[in-house]
Write a protein that binds this ligand. Structure first.
Ligand SMILES: [Fe+2]
Ligand SMILES: [Fe+2]
Length: 167
């Protein structure tokens, strides 16, 4: 089997989450919405963990440091809403608004990772990182995390950059 390209794997995650948010917009019924949001939360918890445990450390020093720091902080902003939504019922106040704001945060973040000019993925390719080795590590860790998600479940997402109380 061909070894996976790490950036392709991460981009596939992005496409999957974009499709789920799209699906949410056309979904009616509390139960269906709740199910979909739980799936989105799992996808985003796993993806942010993969990037923060493996991808971001692998590119630190190779890409623009300010871009990378911004990515970590954007993850933390998304995690706040992910943790809220993972614990929420769809008839709660602000439920749909939280989903919408999370979608917007993710869209913005994905743009900076792989769509805008001089994005992080471009910087990664230009730096000559071993993308196959990265892909193998991401794939293995993802399998573990998805197994955990299907079993005992994933714990709330932990912020990586928030220093003060109340997060
Ligand atoms: Fe990403
Ligand atoms: Fe990210």
């Amino acid at each position: 089997m061909a070894e996976p390209d790490g950036l392709k794997l991460l981009a596939e995650d992005h496409r999957r989450v974009e499709a789920l948010f799209e699906e949410f917009e056309g979904t009616k019924g509390k139960l269906n919405k709740a199910r979909l949001v739980q799936t989105i939360c799992i996808e985003l918890k796993v993806h942010t963990l993969l990037e923060e445990e493996i991808y971001y450390p692998a590119i630190r020093g190779e890409v623009d440091e300010a871009d990378l720091e911004e990515a970590y902080v954007e993850h933390d902003a998304a995690k706040l809403l992910v943790n809220e939504l993972a614990a929420a019922a769809p008839d709660e106040a602000f439920f749909d608004a939280k989903v919408k704001v999370l979608k917007e945060l993710v869209e913005h973040h994905v743009k900076e990772e792989e769509k805008q000019r001089d994005n992080l993925f471009q910087q990664t390719r230009a730096a000559g990182i071993d993308l196959k080795a990265l892909g193998a590590r991401l794939e293995a860790r993802k399998a573990e995390l998805m197994e955990q998600a299907a079993g005992k479940g994933l714990p709330p997402a932990q912020p990586a950059t928030m220093i003060h109380e109340g997060v």
